[in-house]
Write a protein that binds this ligand. Structure first.
Ligand code: ATP
Ligand code: MG
Length: 207
């Protein structure tokens, strides 16, 4: 892999969490609550560039990826800058996109996420913020977990347990015919879950 020339990262201008300018070599592949992510067409790597108020997370997330090194379920990180990370570009789609496109989320995919998270726990981490956009189904048919920045938080995060339960108790049931789910519906369910109006947790606790 070629090292990323710093001047290219410097050519990315983000203002008020909006992308104002980027070099043509960077293709925008994602945006989250704290960063834009680009594919660097020059070296095939993904570059995560944090918004100004979240710049400190670059080092934090880089340090966590170091602890996860060697596990095939996490991307390798090649460089940690003051406001960016350079890592493996994962070709595939997020679990969120799988739902939208009707690509089945299988028990095997769920099991692979479990393996990734248990590896993280073995490294003394607390896997957190595991949501559909942080799980990728790769074109080789495996799974990768990204966006590990909250893995050092103390607070217990139930998101993955709730998602896994909803997968088993709703999505995998024969009566669940909506294998392709429109974006507004996924977003509404996610919103209602966050507001604790849809209690996926009670599925888990009612076992
Ligand atoms: N290494 C990668 N390879 C391919 N796509 C990626 C990669 N990293 C991130 N993405 C895409 O960019 C999106 C945003 O990245 P990421 O989740 O790291 O940002 P964030 O701001 O930390 O997100 P969140 O809103 O979950 O806190 C992801 O949902 C995914 O679609
Ligand atoms: Mg994310």
């Amino acid at each position: 892999m070629q090292p990323t020339p710093h001047n290219l990262v410097d050519q990315v201008i983000i203002q008020s969490n909006q992308l104002i300018q980027k070099p043509s070599q960077y293709t925008l592949i994602g945006k989250g609550r704290s960063a834009f992510v680009f594919l660097d067409e020059g070296n095939g790597c993904a570059i995560k560039i944090f918004f100004e108020e979240f710049e400190h997370l670059a080092k934090q997330e880089g340090d966590i990826y170091k602890r996860l090194k060697g596990c095939p379920y996490f991307p390798n990180v090649y460089e940690v800058g003051p406001n960016y990370l350079v890592m493996d570009y994962i070709e595939g789609m997020t679990f969120y996109q799988c739902l939208q496109k009707g690509i089945p989320i299988t028990d095997e995919m769920v099991e692979k996420v479990e393996e990734a998270l248990s590896f993280a726990r073995q490294q003394g981490l607390n896997p957190s913020d595991i949501h559909l956009q942080n799980l990728l189904y790769t074109k080789d048919g495996t799974v990768k977990v990204i966006d590990v920045v909250r893995f050092t938080q103390d607070k217990v995060c139930h998101q993955w347990d709730d998602l896994r339960e909803a997968h088993q108790r709703i999505y995998q049931r024969k009566y669940f015919i909506f294998k392709r789910i429109p974006k507004p519906l996924i977003d509404t369910v996610a919103f209602l879950y966050k507001k604790i109006i849809i209690p996926f947790r009670s599925l888990r606790l009612s076992k």
